[in-house]
Design a protein around this ligand. Structure first.
Ligand code: AMP
Length: 490
């Protein structure tokens, strides 16, 4: 099923991406004899960033070879497919699953052939002016195959009046606004780009193997480098374009510097705890947030229990700071798959019960502090609290290691629309009542920056604070933003 793009191939496999929901992982490998295999492993390590579809494009003998499919990395790539993805450079992408958008045409990397040759791109992030640009491009005759933000990059590159491929790319990037960590693959090179504000992470590593041959990897998170035994070099800096080619690694910073807006939610929930992000270890930060939470919102209890897995490091921190023992009152089934058949008869709290089971042995008659990283709609927390009560917990105090999630993310995290965010329209006391806990406390906005001694510079925390660091141009998104602002002013 791999597609081989000949010289005259048309645009293939454009993705249709829901504008507000585009959590993803990107990986790229240059100069490795088993490039596709390394990308496959990298995607495997980054499965948490996207579970809907996966794809790899490799470059071999003057053509790009691609394979994309719905499903988890392990299901999408079999040995024969990886063998077909020949060549010493390759890029890959995992896409997040969102309701109603599950379709192969959503899968990346996108692969196109334009006047400058074949080019593939994998994108993590969301643009805030994609619809506006699309309108302009269409007015000049561009024919879009999708509504994807990512397709805009391709059209801007293809229609640029610049002559060299790099100048076309810079020209295209200078017109887009928003969050983008990108990896491009051309026949002879790979290019990594991070937007000037640095919303989404992107790191560079080197293969340790032979010192005389330069092999490089770029990936959304460092945990991908660990698996393929690549040595971490550094982050792709905000606003930087790095070309990996026969000359090695070349850096270009064509844009004037702007204040950075690294996503704080990567630290709170999204990144893997064993990754080092923006120069810091995610696990350590989550533990520190848990400690801070215990300092800000202490309560008398018999034990601390995490909502696994995302609440675990913060719960450890809370337990350490409070002095209460850490116990696993909730056990997670890690093998929950998409093929699970639900019974026709309803079972209470079904969705959550498949994933989590409350242990009576641990909870019976106990005053319990439950630690989770965030509340979005509140439905999971509500079911968890009920499960804990059913298992005999005497008191349940929910502690959240982030501030209330108040607003949607326009820069690449899958938050639902504002109206679905329980904290956008309810006070903490109301949320506590809704979920049925004895008490509920969130981390303060200042407490979230405890790891930086309180300095918030360089981060985007719009989903918590409502301070959107980048103007949102597109109509649908602007509407949502205005609704949110109106809500806040009430
Ligand atoms: P909810 O029932 O909507 O309040 O879901 C809360 C749970 O969703 C928490 O346990 C979080 O760990 C998790 N969560 C938070 N943000 C996201 C996200 N962007 N995607 C998927 N899960 C999330």
């Amino acid at each position: 099923m791999g597609e081989r793009l000949g010289k005259k191939a048309a645009i293939v496999g454009m993705s249709v991406v829901d504008k507000f929901r585009d959590e993803c992982a990107v990986v790229g490998v240059y100069g490795h004899p088993e490039a596709a295999n390394m990308v496959y492993l990298g995607l495997y390590a980054l499965q948490h960033r996207g579970q809907e579809s996966s794809g790899i494009v490799s470059s071999d003998s003057g053509a790009l070879i691609s394979h994309r499919q719905m499903g988890l990395v392990a299901d999408v790539f079999k040995e024969d497919i990886i063998k077909r993805l020949r060549g010493s450079s390759a890029i890959g992408h995992n896409r997040y699953s969102t309701a109603g958008q599950s379709h192969l045409k959503n899968a990346q990397p996108l692969v196109v052939e334009y006047a400058g040759g074949p080019i593939a791109v994998a994108h993590n992030g969301n643009l805030v002016n994609a619809q506006t640009l699309r309108g302009e491009l269409e007015a000049y005759g561009s024919i879009f195959q999708s509504t994807s933000d990512t397709e805009v990059f391709i059209h801007l590159i293809a229609t640029s009046k610049e002559r060299t491929q790099m100048n076309r790319l810079v020209d295209a990037l200078s017109r887009v606004s928003g969050a983008y960590s990108l990896v491009f693959l051309m026949l002879d090179r790979m290019i990594a780009v991070r937007d000037p504000m640095g919303f989404r992470p992107l790191v560079v590593g080197r293969f340790k193997t032979a010192a005389d041959s330069d092999g490089y990897v770029v990936a959304s998170e460092t945990c991908a480098l660990d698996l393929i035994e690549a040595e971490y070099i550094r982050e792709v800096e905000p606003g930087e374009i790095i070309t990996f080619g026969p000359q090695g690694m070349e850096s270009l910073k064509p844009f004037p510097p702007v204040p950075h807006a690294k996503c704080i939610f990567e630290y709170i929930y999204f990144a893997r705890p064993d990754s080092n992000l923006y120069g810091r270890n995610v696990y350590r930060i989550r533990k520190e947030l848990g400690r801070q939470l215990a300092r800000e919102s202490p309560v008398e209890a018999d034990l601390v229990t995490p909502v696994p897995d995302s609440g675990v490091p913060a719960a450890i921190g809370y337990a350490e700071e409070s002095g209460f023992p850490l116990e696993f009152g909730l056990i997670r089934n890690h093998y929950v798959g998409r093929t699970f058949i639900e019974p026709a008869q309803s079972i209470r709290h079904f969705g959550v019960k498949i994933k989590l089971n409350a242990q009576r042995e641990v909870l019976q008659g106990k005053r319990v502090v439950v630690v989770d990283d965030s509340i979005v709609r509140g439905t999971t927390s509500r079911k968890i609290i009920q499960m804990l009560r059913d298992a005999g917990a005497k008191e349940i105090h929910l502690r959240i290691s982030s501030p209330p999630t108040m607003g949607p993310c326009f820069y690449g995290i899958d938050t639902p629309t504002r109206s679905e965010l329980i904290a956008s329209s309810h006070k903490v006391s109301e949320i506590c009542e809704f979920i049925g806990a004895d008490s509920l406390s969130y981390l303060s906005q200042e407490g979230m920056y405890v790891f930086l001694d309180g300095s918030r510079d360089g981060f985007c925390d719009a989903c918590f604070s409502g301070n959107y660091p980048l103007h949102v141009d597109d109509e649908g998104k602007t509407k949502q933003l205005h609704l949110f602002e109106a809500m806040q002013q009430r």
